[in-house]
Ligand binder design. Structure first.
Ligand SMILES: Nc1ncnc2c1ncn2[C@@H]1O[C@H](COP(=O)(O)OP(=O)(O)OP(=O)(O)O)[C@@H](O)[C@H]1O
Ligand SMILES: [Mg+2]
Length: 241
């Protein structure tokens, strides 16, 4: 159900004007879904996030894209400078800044989700945790703590590509972490995080053609939107053992 015409009076918290057409999410009480894309560098996350937002909009859903790190904020600028190797930051400090960069978006994210907008997020806490926990002397438990309580994704799409396919998509850039050795460690850590069955992880074969990957992602996302719409938004890792 993408489009629903309606002449509904005073439903839920807001009065709804007669005579207009309502798209999914316009009706009070129906929230949007939080959909996250994760995966190794060059797996196609940004490409697929963009395609998904476009496709959902075409199908009558309200959807917006979001990315982390969000480099435009003050915290985001510190992160950008660190990633571009223009500045150095102590490892715990940069980890907490990445987390803070997510937390500063939470009020906006919650408001949008509440108003029925589905958010498609390019990288989230899983990237933050996977990357820092691969550094020496960091344990996974510590790395997760700063992100405990963030809005819990309704769906996490893990884009999986084999290293040869990733290599064919162009070399690494010059940013921090962009080396084969580090990326392989990160990948292993992602698979550990995927063992958490309280989260709705779906592994996507992202080595396939862009259109095929997109179709898989779109179908799973539409289902997640339907499943999430009348469920409360959860909190990430709150019930962590
Ligand atoms: N399924 C695909 N088949 C072939 N090429 C692809 C596919 N998906 C993406 N690409 C290409 O691979 C490159 C990397 O894609 P993209 O930037 O979306 O990856 P990413 O996961 O966002 O990378 P990063 O982690 O570096 O941000 C781009 O040039 C893109 O056009
Ligand atoms: Mg990207």
């Amino acid at each position: 159900m993408a489009q629903c015409a309606g002449t509904i009076k005073n439903v839920g918290r807001s009065a709804i004007h007669l005579g207009r057409r309502y798209r999914h999410g316009d009706m009070a009480g129906l929230r949007g879904a939080l959909i996250v894309l994760e995966g190794a560098d060059r797996a196609g996350k940004s490409t697929q996030a963009r395609l998904l937002v476009e496709a959902l909009k075409e199908r009558g859903y309200r959807a917006e894209g979001l990315r982390f790190p969000e480099r435009t904020t003050e915290i985001g600028q510190l992160i950008g400078s660190y990633l571009e190797k223009k500045s150095d930051l102590e490892d715990h400090t940069i980890h907490l800044l990445f987390s803070a960069n997510r937390w500063e978006q939470v009020p906006t994210m919650k408001e949008k989700l509440r108003s029925g907008i589905t958010l498609v997020v390019d990288r989230y806490a899983f990237s933050g945790v996977a990357f820092t926990s691969c550094k020496e002397n960091f344990d996974l438990h510590w790395c997760k703590q700063a992100d405990v309580g963030l809005p819990k994704p309704d769906l996490i799409l893990f884009l999986k590509v084999n290293p040869e396919v990733a290599a064919a998509r162009g070399g690494f850039g010059n940013e921090r972490y962009e080396t084969n050795y580090f990326q392989e460690k990160v990948l292993k850590r992602y698979f550990e995080l995927m063992e958490d069955k309280s989260l709705n992880w779906k592994v996507i074969d992202a080595s396939e053609k862009m259109e095929n990957v997109h179709k898989n992602i779109k179908d799973l996302s539409e289902k997640a939107i339907q499943d999430a719409k009348d469920q409360p938004l959860g909190k990430l890792w709150e019930e962590d053992p």
